[in-house]
Write a protein that binds this ligand. Structure first.
Ligand code: SAM
Length: 274
């Protein structure tokens, strides 16, 4: 009989977040597929569990993925774990689950900590609708293209970021979303120096430029204000302001208003500069 792949969430800092079900699953499986076998070895040691581990990370995911599926097809049960949090969420696992789905191998989630959802839950921002963006590209163009596409995103947006790239990312947010956009920075969640900072992009940039960031961060950014379907009842100033609030620079907002109203942009420019 085919085995099962258990996709196991592990603590993002606080080992007390290990659930009974995680412990039981790790005890019961034949094999643990781990992002870093040494790191997971420490978790298993903490739980008093001895298990064979196989590494499964970004650079060996092809070869080792197929090997793990063969083990599953031969009847072995496997637990997939990453270094922290939920596998497959900005972590290895997505492709392994796809391979299992294609091979008819059952996959079972063992839910638990996830940095993105933990941050969203305490962000104080709208949680009913959100998008998860994970890590932005390390390439300037890729990053700015993505942020450009998110300028008018009305849902709350969640990003992961490394501390040494935080200031650069906040600078890019200030360009794309404007410095007044609300942001909640969730630092070192579940750990000793946990901090939830509810502020604006501009203030966060000022703070972390003065005092270099340390630890792990999730950034939860307020969505863009809703674009009203009708602008007919707005003054020209309010109409321009509506676009500026989405992060558009003033001249671009003026162009959009001129296009909406079917008038030359000079007319709008003169009205707002008057
Ligand atoms: N799959 C993991 C999850 O579901 O939580 C995320 C893995 S991703 C490689 C690592 C990123 O998650 C970090 O760079 C940081 O943005 C975020 N992160 C992980 N643990 C965190 C913590 N304790 N506090 C704040 N952010 C954390």
């Amino acid at each position: 009989m085919t085995g099962t792949l258990y996709v196991c969430a592990t603590p993002i800092g606080n080992l007390s977040d290990v659930s009974d079900r995680l412990r039981q699953t790790l005890e019961a499986v034949d094999l643990v597929a781990a992002e870093d076998t040494r790191h997971t070895g420490k978790l298993l040691q903490h739980l008093g569990i001895t298990k064979p581990c196989i590494s499964y990370f970004t650079h060996n995911r092809r070869g080792h993925g197929e090997m793990i599926v063969r083990e599953l097809l031969s009847g072995k049960n496997v637990a997939l774990v990453s270094d922290a949090g939920t596998p497959a969420i900005s972590d290895p696992g997505e492709e392994l689950v796809q391979l299992c789905a294609a091979a008819g191998v059952p996959t079972v989630p063992i839910p638990g900590p996830c940095a993105a959802i933990s941050a969203l839950s305490v962000s104080g921002l709208i949680t009913g609708r959100f998008v998860f963006e994970g890590f932005l590209s390390t390439q300037k163009k890729g990053r700015m293209d993505r942020l450009e596409a998110l300028k008018t995103e009305e849902r709350t947006i969640i990003f992961y970021e490394a501390p040494h790239k935080l200031v650069r990312t906040l600078e890019d947010f200030a360009v794309a979303f404007g410095p007044a956009r609300k942001i909640t920075l969730c630092r070192e969640m579940t750990k000793i120096f946990e901090e939830i900072i509810r502020t604006t992009v501009g203030e966060a940039l000022e703070r972390f430029t003065a005092q270099p960031p340390k630890g792990e961060f999730v950034l939860v950014v307020e969505g863009a204000p809703e674009i009203r379907e009708s602008w007919e009842d707005l003054s020209i100033e309010a109409h321009v302001n509506m676009y500026e609030q989405t992060g558009l620079p003033r001249m671009d907002a003026i162009k959009r208003v001129a296009a909406d109203r079917g008038v030359p942009k000079r007319e709008i420019y003169d009205a707002v500069m008057r």
